[in-house]
Ligand binder design. Structure first.
Ligand code: SAM
Ligand code: NAG
Ligand code: NAG
Length: 334
């Protein structure tokens, strides 16, 4: 112990940077501390590793689960629920025509309500305008089976006070229905004539044949004006009212306004899709006990599009289709 000091001190002095001393006693002491340090370091590293495992393990596991399941719900437990946007139409979308129709308007306010679409006056006010007068012919009426006995049959069935015609053209069928209702004592029956009055692409401007009256002025056919002239010539402008709209928007407007009919004729577009939409939208406007009918049940255009739409609708609404000449009529399936 005595002589150990100088050694130790010498060792201390000499150990400036190299040795920790060679004295057996101090060496023993150092060894012990060294071992303890080592043990502590090991234990520390072990605990550190353990803690790391506690945190990293679940995260890793979770991550692998997400990658393999691909379930978007498990991605994050954020407070706001994820917004699910519809991307592809569902089957029931093809059967939904969603406007909720308004309560029925009283009959006495139907005309004034319709006139709101025309600056609050009859579209016949000051008709025809000067600039069109030279172009309009008189009683220029053409149609397709437009005076067929089926019209009298359905008018007798429905006893209509309001008629909606979907597809009017020059007004042949509308004027015939005006005649029949008048003859049957229904002279106040209103006939709303829905048509975009565009006919179909390229039908006008021939200045000859069946549609010679309907000329094209600066790219706009004067079909609606010639129809109106025909109505004025027949003196029926109090009750035959043009509804110059595409059928989708126009029928929807009637639904939202609460205008319903006892009799509805469907004779606009002849493709499956246009007939299907027209029938579905118009059906919502039929009063209880009302009658719906249409033209071209046997028309081959668009692969019998009208007939396919009529039959499909009848099947889904438990109706019976009665073919009548070129026309079809819906009856309840009893
Ligand atoms: C066959 S004609 C109607 C004939 C009339 N019912 C008759 O018997 O005298 C068909 C009419 O439907 C109209 N039309 C066709 N598709 C239409 C649509 N999507 N919207 C509005 N009118 C349409 C055309 O402008 C055309 O005047
Ligand atoms: C309606 O009746 C009148 C008078 O009888 C007749 O001149 C006219 O041609 C009829 N209109 C139609 C479209 O049948
Ligand atoms: C279908 O009806 C339209 C309009 O009513 C007519 O022009 C066409 O000739 C008809 N086509 C057939 C194949 O009957």
């Amino acid at each position: 112990m005595f002589h150990s000091r100088p050694v130790r001190s010498s060792s201390a002095t000499s150990s400036a940077g190299i040795t920790m001393g060679s004295d057996p006693y101090t060496h023993h002491q150092d060894r012990k501390t060294h071992m303890m340090r080592k043990a502590f370091t090991c234990m520390f590293l072990f605990l550190l590793g353990y803690a790391a495992c506690l945190f990293v393990g679940p995260w890793w596991e979770n991550r692998n689960m997400l990658e393999s399941s691909g379930d978007p719900k498990s991605q994050s437990q954020s407070q706001t629920p994820p917004v699910v946007l519809p991307s592809i139409a569902r089957d029931e979308d093809f059967y939904r025509f969603p406007s909720k129709c308004a309560l029925p308007l009283p009959e006495s306010s139907i005309l004034s309500t319709v006139f709101k679409l025309f600056d609050n006056k009859s579209p016949y006010a000051n008709f025809p305008p000067e600039h069109l007068r030279p172009y309009l012919l008189h009683n220029e009426i053409h149609g397709w089976g437009s005076t067929n006995p089926v019209f009298e049959k359905v008018i007798r069935l429905a006893n209509p006070r309001i008629i909606i015609e979907v597809g009017t053209f020059l007004g042949n069928s509308a004027l015939h229905m005006a005649n029949v209702t008048r003859r049957l004592g229904l002279e106040n029956t209103i006939i709303l004539c829905m048509d975009d009055f565009r006919g179909w692409p390229g039908f006008a401007g021939y200045n000859q044949g069946m549609f010679r009256s309907v000329i094209d002025i600066n790219g706009d056919v004067i079909l609606m004006q010639q129809f109106m002239q025909n109505v004025v010539d027949a003196g029926e402008e109090e009750r035959i009212i043009p509804m110059p709209f595409a059928t989708g928007a126009g029928l929807d407007k009637l639904c939202l306004t609460g205008i319903y009919a006892d009799l509805i004729e469907v004779d606009a577009g002849h493709s499956f899709h246009s007939a299907w939409e027209d029938i579905n939208r118009a059906w919502k406007l039929l009063k209880p006990g009302g009658v719906m009918f249409g033209h071209d049940y046997f028309n081959g255009s668009e692969e019998y599009g009208v007939r396919r739409a009529v039959d499909k609708f009848a099947k889904e609404h438990n109706l019976r289709v009665e073919p009548n000449g070129e026309h079809w009529i819906f009856f309840p399936n009893t």
